[in-house]
Design a protein around this ligand. Structure first.
Ligand code: HDD
Length: 714
């Protein structure tokens, strides 16, 4: 990151006021300055941290090392125990702080929870985004589901909404979760593959488990390779309930939609980025927040009245089903923003711990069989990861008072004065709070039935919504799905596995099954197993979420220059892009000063490049811009890597802007008769296949507008 970004960071951060949670966390901040001296953990000052106490022999020879050195021992002991178990799933993640607000009290029809109904409140939040399959050190851009876990630090306690970027799940019943995770994770005999579902065990499991079909379609779509965490929808997935002041209950789903739109990488980009910049998403989140481009989502709810629970052809408690928006509209009740990066990764992102059973009064559970199991699992896993007192860790502790008679346990940090640690007690200390004063109360629900291990009939239909999803995609999104299945199944070398999955695909769409079968040498079906019903829902395609007004905010634009480039143009374009809140990055043949046209080679004007052509690749940027300059154009055309930059950016459907002499460079690099180019010397702007060219410099119209188109889905 360049130094100019560094100052932008401080500038942007200065505008963010500390919310209640940040103030709470600051209680634990350690003040470190150049005057801070080293001490042991018990506070005694250290005079030497480099040399283990040892015996010096005569004539300066090295003698034995002494176990007596408590300073060395402490340093090594502490280091030996730095690692904690990584999450069994969602190990790789990134997080940020922010705040949540509702627009008005619309939701008070359904809930009395102030976090969802009181527009005067600003609730601090923390969000951790993650991948599912890979280990903590795996790459960000792999094809996978993304976790979208939110912690709301409300005045009534913490509410954790632990969702994903896909609205449905692979399984219906929590008891299948260990099988699913074992199947998706690296295979047990050789721990391969990392950050991939492209292996026999995953496709074997989902092929034999048709309830996964719907989610697999989503994971194989562009949703599985998001451009940014900031450009993903979030879904609570499970069915929760809301309870209003009259005690009436409704079923609810939570949906978060990014204001920048939903955008994805291309598969080729994702694959390359996994090697070129494994931290791509993590850095993207940090960069956007530090530059003051705070990611924002609307917060919506879908509501179903209790009386309508059984009026759909799917079970509303089945997490493998969406509630289609044409049946159940979304009420956008609020929005949230992420505006602060973390101060320390381990303390905040690694130690944050979510629990689906953490809800606040006014929000409740349903009999969703996945949610019920989750409510057991999350608390349990935190005990392994962080210990029984995990809720006392700064990032996890609520901002409201915590008072109870739970005691002791490893790493207890609270000191509870007094002799009372039970209830009832003679002083009425730590007494239950009646619902009228905010005590949590379960909705009174009549329950009857026969205890047995079965799935009810509606839980046994698995393909209708998988078809709905596939039908709703645009043709290019469908092509991406086909390519994804073809990639994944090609990585399976047990024929039973890919044969089996082609049969699943043939339950969804005949043409899809035939195309994939041909690609992977599977059995090509001659007729559909199930007729595709042909229904569509436009809200399932991510094209539906393109921002109403095109925006280039927070996008990364590479400016390709070599010696002899036109400095005035570059300065003009950079200023215009900066005012549109995009970041520009100068890429040149070396990370040093690149001399501009007509300047003296030593003393003349120029710009210091942020990176050289080898150091960063086109995959890390959303668009590229190339200024004019005759020497520069010659240099660029003769630089193989620079030509590759242009070709690769075009191949990934990125906007390319070029002016004057640079137009010919792009023309030669692409060598495509389909693309039209502007003539040199003429200031007309030609836009063709995302390549925008103009003979002369005209910053206001051409380049910036054209690059703005870049964020639209590919
Ligand atoms: Fe889970 C972590 C999301 C089903 C058991 N899950 C975890 C995280 C997310 C989800 C985002 C990472 C949280 C973080 O950032 O720390 N999980 C989901 C969604 C599901 C789902 C959206 C389906 C609706 N999960 C699910 C089931 C079970 C679990 C059915 C077990 C029965 N999940 C866990 C876990 C994890 C976890 C093992 C690992 C680390 C953690 O909880 O804190 O308990």
């Amino acid at each position: 990151m360049s130094s100019s970004i560094g100052s932008a960071v401080r500038h942007a951060m200065a505008h963010v006021t500390d919310n209640a949670k940040i103030k709470d966390l600051k209680r634990d901040h350690v003040n470190i300055s150049s005057s801070s001296g080293l001490t042991t953990d018990f506070g005694s000052k250290i005079s030497d941290t480099d040399n283990w106490l040892s015996v010096q022999g005569e004539n300066g020879t090295q003698g034995p090392f002494l176990l007596e050195d408590h300073i060395a021992r402490e340093k090594i002991h502490r280091f030996d125990h730095e690692r904690i178990p990584e999450r069994v799933v969602h190990a790789r993640g990134a997080g940020a702080h922010g705040h949540f607000r509702v627009y008005d009290n619309t939701a008070s029809k359904w809930t009395f929870a102030p976090v969802l109904t009181d527009p005067s409140r600003t609730t601090p939040i923390f969000i951790r985004f993650s991948t599912v399959q890979g280990s903590r050190g795996s790459a960000d851009t792999v094809r996978d589901v993304r976790g979208f876990a939110m912690k709301f630090y409300t005045d009534e306690g913490n509410w954790d909404l632990v969702g994903n970027d896909i609205p449905v799940f692979f399984i219906q019943n929590a008891i299948k979760f260990p099988d699913f995770v074992h199947a998706v994770k690296p295979e047990p005999h050789n721990e391969v593959p990392q950050g991939q579902t492209a292996h026999n065990n995953f496709w074997d499991f989902v092929g034999l488990q048709p309830e996964s079909a719907h989610m697999v379609m989503w994971a194989m779509s562009d949703r599985g390779i998001p451009r940014s965490y900031r450009m993903m929808q979030g879904f609570g997935v499970n069915t929760f309930t809301l309870i209003n002041a009259e005690g009436k209950r409704v079923f609810v789903k939570f949906i978060m939609t990014p204001q920048l739109g939903v955008h994805s990488l291309m598969w080729d980009e994702a694959l390359k980025l996994a090697g070129q910049d494994p931290d791509f998403h993590r850095k993207d989140l940090q960069e956007a927040i530090e530059n003051g481009c705070y990611p924002k989502w609307t917060f919506g709810i879908q509501v179903i009245e209790e009386k309508d629970e059984h009026s759909f052809d799917f079970d509303i408690l089945d997490a493998t089903k969406v509630w289609p928006e044409y049946l159940v509209p979304i009420h956008q009740i609020g929005e949230f923003t992420l505006d602060r990066v973390v101060d320390e990764y381990f303390s905040e992102v690694e130690q944050v711990a979510f629990c689906t059973s953490h809800v606040v009064p006014g929000i409740g559970f349903s009999d969703d069989p996945l949610l019920q199991g989750r409510n057991f699992s999350y608390f349990d896993t935190q005990i392994t990861r962080l210990g029984i007192n995990w809720e006392q860790i700064p990032i996890n502790r609520p901002v409201c008072p915590v008072m109870n008679h739970h005691r002791d346990g490893a790493r207890q940090h609270r000191i509870n004065p007094g002799s009372i640690n039970y209830f009832p007690n003679r002083d009425n200390v730590g007494h239950p709070v009646p619902p009228s004063h905010g005590g949590y109360i379960e909705h009174a629900q009549k329950v009857e039935g026969i205890k047995r291990r079965i799935r009810t009939p509606k839980f046994q239909e698995h393909f209708s919504q998988a078809q709905l999803f596939y039908n709703s995609l645009s043709q290019h999104e469908k092509n991406h799905v086909i390519a994804a299945f073809s990639f994944e199944l090609s990585h399976c070398d047990d024929q039973r596995v890919y044969d089996g999955y082609i049969n699943v695909l043939n339950n969804i769409d005949f043409d899809l099954a035939v195309t994939v079968a041909k690609n992977v040498n599977g059995p090509v079906p001659d007729k559909p197993v199930r007729i595709n019903h042909g229904h569509k829902d436009q809200t399932l395609s991510q094209l539906y979420y393109a921002p109403k007004t095109p925006t280039i905010a927070s996008r990364r634009i590479a400016v390709l220059i070599t010696d002899g480039f036109n400095l005035t143009e570059v300065e003009g374009v950079r200023a215009a892009l900066a005012s549109a809140k995009a970041t520009t990055w100068i890429i040149g043949p070396r990370r040093a000063k690149i001399h501009s046209e007509g300047g003296h080679i030593i003393s003349g004007s120029g710009i210091v490049a942020d990176h050289h052509f080898e150091g960063q690749r086109s995959t890390m940027f959303d668009a590229i811009y190339i200024p004019s300059g005759s020497e520069h154009a010659k240099n660029l055309a003769s630089n193989g890597r620079a030509v590759h930059w242009i070709r690769e950016a075009f191949g990934h459907c990125k906007a390319i802007g070029a002016i004057g002499d640079a137009v010919d460079v792009v023309k030669q690099a692409l060598n495509l008769p389909e693309v039209n180019f502007a003539n040199s010397g003429v200031d007309d702007v030609v836009s063709s296949y995302g390549v925008v060219t103009t003979g002369k410099y005209d910053v206001s119209s051409a380049v910036v507008d054209a690059l703005e188109i870049a964020p639209s889905p590919k």
